[in-house]
Design a protein around this ligand. Sequence first.
Ligand code: GLY
Ligand code: MN
Ligand code: MN
Length: 466
Amino acid sequence: MHSHQMTTKPYAARRAALARQIGPDGVAIIPTAPERQRNRDSDFLYRHDSYFYYLTGFTEPNAWLILTGQGQSTLFCAPKDLEREIWDGYRLGPEAAPASLGVDEAFAVGELDLRLPRLLENKSAVWYPFATHKGLETRVDGWLSAVRSRVRFGALCPEQQRDLCGPLDEMRLVKDAHEQDVMRRAAQISAEAHVRAMQLSARMLREGKDVREYHLDAELLHEFRRQGSQYPAYGSIVAAGANACVLHYRADTAPVRDGELVLIDAGCELDGYASDITRTFPANGRFSGPQRALYDLVLASQDAAVAATRAGQRFNDPHDATVRVLAQGMLDLGLLDANQVGSLEDVIEKRAYFPFYMHRTGHWLGMDVHDCGSYVEPSQLGETSERKDPLSNELITNRPSRILRPGMVLTIEPGIYVRAGEGVPEQFHGIGIRIEDDAIVTESGCELITRGVPVDGDEIEALMRG
Ligand code: GLY
Ligand code: MN
Ligand code: MN
């Protein structure tokens, strides 16, 4: 169970909103995630399913929510079993579930096959998340055939199966007040963890210690857990020196060297919600000239992206703003040679910046670190255009990107990654920098919820001094 006082209101409001979307003749089936084996008889630390949690606030395994379009909610969960609870821990149990979770009724999960056909009977459409739970389609098939066996007694069998991800993803894309509150707290914990990791790096180097990436990883984890986070939201990246140029590097054993940069991309998960922060800092607390030049370029590109993030703008606008600043900086700093790549417009058009900036500037953030929600504006799905990708020559179908609305949450994470290579100025070799913050879209701009850890180069140096 999560440490904070459980409130049932936001979950009831979401169930009611979803019920309206699937219509009075619909019924929705939402299982939570299975427990997963790590090796032999050890399981991975359990993580509930995000959709299920969104609608129930319930974190136990072996549970299902059935929601009718009329708003009737039925929970199936693990029954009380004192002997099992001695080994595996407390279970809420179906008797206590209605009062505790606000669902209308609850039964033991073993009664699922018995009761599901009755819940599906006389509905026109059965909704469940497609392609997210292995074997779910087969279970639904079984329940539907049980309903069908009763049609000669007058039962009607649902004729439609529909993907629940559609309406749920749209709902999850705009975070309600409760979600925003949790995300602000998650972001603040992660920010404080980054501050500690920076300070530890400088302190250990001052003391002449052998600093490894895992020392900084441990510091992050310590702060996450110390403040009540359940686990990291994704595998932490702690990349010393040139390891920062490996985008999916993980915290490992490499030495953190005086004079090099460290890139940390890490965020905690708090009460089901992710945070996602990247900071890049000098291991010893002092940027070199070339490091600072690239750092300030990435920061300027992030400033441009932040300025382009507000309701009414499109999801792609921050990315386009970032690319323009980075591309100009690459020309100015000699990473790109105008004699070879042409003007700023040419660099953008031909994506000549790609060897140094090869990822997108952001993604939706929520319960999942790369959260659900369409990146295409739903009201403009049909407005397609085609273009040839200048690098791969593939034909790409463009659709207008999502119009930002208040309550959407996204990351803003430009970077620059300079591998050693011919024609690349040597002073920049092996430097990888990313700066990532989490933003809640507002009417007039965006709220950066991760600035509990500074981004300004001087401020980073100041907090890393003794
Ligand atoms: N840490 C995953 C990401 O930044 O997208
Ligand atoms: Mn990240
Ligand atoms: Mn991210």
